[in-house]
Design a protein around this ligand. Structure first.
Ligand SMILES: Cc1cc2nc3c(=O)[nH]c(=O)nc-3n(C[C@H](O)[C@H](O)[C@H](O)COP(=O)(O)O)c2cc1C
Length: 179
């Protein structure tokens, strides 16, 4: 399977990126092809609403920035694994910008251009110690991928100031291995 892994935190030692890295390791150990993208290392523009993706048949996003290679792979990918830290109660700004760009996957009849049967998993981290505090927000973020016909595999949440637990890292690894 082709797996796209999108790292959404910008600092060394990130908890959500650590979980995603474990899922990537599991996926590679299971023999899957994983392509990795680090959002904070990329020049990414917001969706301009140009509608070239709506008027151009199967055309995906035409914006010329560092997401272009990602979109070239996306329509033949099987899985997206993504991570995002919580910034002011929601996934960080660059990951919202990234999400917005998936507008291009919807045709005007609301069907999706990406492969049928695609799946997606999210790895989120937050300072608030209650893992349930923002679950609905993360579910809402992931729902936008589900609206493009993707099935949600799971949402893993690291909560609080401690280092991400071995239990969560193991869950992430297994998620990748069992794709
Ligand atoms: C700009 C900013 C805003 C934040 N806002 C929240 C917040 O509203 N709620 C929360 O629980 N944590 C918040 N945090 C804390 C981060 O979510 C927390 O440190 C998280 O572990 C970062 O994940 P990472 O290590 O994977 O980057 C904020 C952090 C930053 C830098």
């Amino acid at each position: 399977m082709k797996v796209l892994a999108v790292y959404g935190s910008g600092h060394q030692g990130s908890s959500c990126n650590a979980m995603l890295a474990q899922a990537v390791k599991g996926a590679r150990d299971a023999g899957h092809t994983v392509l990795e993208y680090s959002i904070y290392d990329m020049n990414i523009k917001g969706c301009t609403g140009c509608r070239a993706c709506k008027e151009g048949g199967e055309q995906v996003c035409v914006v010329k920035d560092d997401l272009k290679p990602y979109f070239e792979e996306l329509c033949s990918a099987d899985v997206i694994l993504l991570s995002a830290p919580n910034h002011t109660g929601q996934p960080c700004g660059p990951m919202i910008t990234y999400l917005n760009r998936h507008y291009c996957l919807l045709r005007t009849d609301w069907t999706a251009k990406n492969k049928a049967g695609m799946r997606v998993a999210g790895f989120f981290s937050q300072g608030a110690p209650d893992p349930e505090a923002y679950r609905a927000v993360y579910q809402s973020y992931m729902a936008d991928f589900q609206r493009r016909g993707m099935t949600l595999i799971d949402i893993l949440i690291h909560a609080g100031r401690e280092a991400v637990s071995q239990e969560l890292l193991d869950r992430a690894y297994r998620l990748g291995q069992e794709l």
